[in-house]
Design a protein around this ligand. Structure first.
Ligand code: NAD
Length: 298
C-alpha cells in the first residue's frame, strides 16, 4: 500500500506534531479539530518547530514551505477523513469521546482506511469494538514532542491484522521513527511504567517529603533523566496524566495506580501544566526559565 493521504484528528499538543512529521515525510495531511483556535495555534506551532529544525540544520526553508503546503485544516470530521487512507486520532484522552469518534469514523472514512489512535492508555480493543473493522484498528502512540522523539509504540488490538501492524511499522520507519510493537493491556508499556513514577513524585510533593525542585533534581542528577518527573508531567499535561492513571486504576483494579489527590485538585482547578501556563512550574511564553509555581514556593 503506498499511502498518500493521512488525516489527523485533534490539533493539540500531539496532533500538531503528528501532522508535522507526516507532512515533512511527504504525506498530504488533513488536520481536523472541533476548535478553530486550536487549528490556528497548531499551524503556528508547526511553523515555529520547523524554524527550530532549520536553525539546527535538520530542515530547509523550502522543506518547511512544502510541508506546510501539504496540510489542510478542517473543523468537520466527516469532510476531513473522506479521502484518507490512514487516520491518526489524537483527540482528548477521554474514552467516551474516542468511542464516539471511532463510531463516526467507521461510518465516514473509506472502508479500506486504517484507523489508528494515539491514545496513551485507552484499550485499542475497546476502541476497535465500536467499529466494523476491528482488524484495521491499531495504536500508533507517538511521544511528545513528536518531531523530536524517535519512539512510536505500536499497539496491537485483539483483532488487529498482522498486515496492518507490518504496514504501520514500515510507515513509522519511513517517518524516521523507531517502532516498538506491544500488546494491548492498560497503559501498554510506556505509561504503565512512566505514570506510576510521575504519580509517586506527586505523592512525594503532596506528603511534604521534598519540594518541586528537589524531586526533579534527584531524578535528573541521580537517575540521569533528562527532565524531572514533575516537569515531565507538566509537559505531558496534568489532565492527560490524570486520565492515564484512571485507566490504569480501573484496568488493573489495583489501588497503587489511584491518582494522587494533589493531581486531582490541580486538574479540577485547571492547572494543567505547560499548555495552561501553570502546573508544578509557571510558564511564560517566550521564556525558557524553569520557575516553580507560586503554589509550591516555600
Ligand atoms: P490536547 O488536549 O493538547 O489536544 C486535544 C485536542 O483534541 C484539542 O485540540 C481538542 O480541541 C481536540 N478535540 C476534542 N474533541 C475533538 C473531536 N471530537 N474532534 C476533533 N478534535 C477534538 O491533548 P494531547 O496532549 O494532544 O493528547 C491527544 C492524545 O494524544 C490523547 O489521546 C493523549 O493521551 C495522547 N498522547 C498525549 C501525549 C502528551 O504528552 N500530551 C503523549 C502521547 C500521547
Amino acid at each position: 500500500m503506498s499511502l498518500q493521504q493521512v488525516a489527523v484528528i485533534g490539533a493539540g499538543t500531539m496532533g500538531n506534531g503528528i501532522a508535522h512529521v507526516f507532512a515533512q515525510g511527504g504525506f498530504k495531511v488533513n488536520l481536523i479539530d472541533v476548535n478553530q483556535a486550536q487549528l490556528e495555534k497548531a499551524l503556528q506551532t508547526i511553523t515555529k518547530n520547523f524554524d527550530r529544525q532549520i536553525a539546527k540544520g535538520s530542515a530547509t526553508e523550502d522543506q518547511k514551505a512544502a510541508a506546510l503546503g501539504r496540510i489542510t485544516t478542517f473543523n468537520d470530521l466527516s469532510a476531513g477523513v473522506l479521502n484518507a487512507e490512514l487516520v491518526v486520532e489524537a483527540a482528548t484522552e477521554n474514552v467516551d469521546l474516542k468511542l464516539k469518534i471511532f463510531k463516526q469514523l467507521d461510518e465516514c472514512a473509506n472502508p479500506n482506511a486504517i484507523l489508528a489512535t494515539n491514545t496513551s492508555s485507552i484499550s485499542i480493543t475497546k476502541i476497535a469494538s465500536v467499529t466494523k473493522r476491528a482488524n484495521k484498528v491499531i495504536g500508533m502512540h507517538f511521544m511528545n514532542p513528536v518531531p523530536v522523539m524517535k519512539l512510536v509504540e505500536i499497539i496491537n488490538g485483539y483483532a488487529t491484522d498482522k498486515d496492518v501492524t507490518d504496514m504501520i511499522v514500515a510507515l513509522s520507519k519511513q517517518l524516521g521513527k523507531v517502532p516498538c510493537v506491544v500488546n494491548d493491556y492498560p497503559g501498554f508499556i510506556a505509561n504503565r511504567i512512566l505514570m506510576p513514577m510521575i504519580n509517586e513524585a506527586i505523592y512525594s510533593l503532596y506528603e511534604g517529603v521534598a519540594g518541586v525542585e528537589e524531586i526533579d533534581t534527584v531524578m535528573k542528577l541521580g537517575m540521569a533523566h533528562p527532565m524531572g518527573p514533575l516537569q515531565l508531567a507538566d509537559f505531558i499535561g496534568l489532565d492527560v496524566c490524570y486520565s492515564i492513571l484512571k485507566v490504569l486504576h480501573d484496568g488493573f483494579g489495583n489501588p497503587k495506580y489511584a491518582p494522587c489527590p494533589l493531581l486531582t485538585n490541580m486538574v479540577t482547578a485547571g492547572y494543567l501544566g505547560a499548555k495552561s501556563g501553570e502546573g508544578f512550574y509557571k510558564y511564560t511564553p517566550g521564556s525558557k526559565d524553569l520557575v516553580v509555581s507560586g503554589m509550591f514556593k516555600k
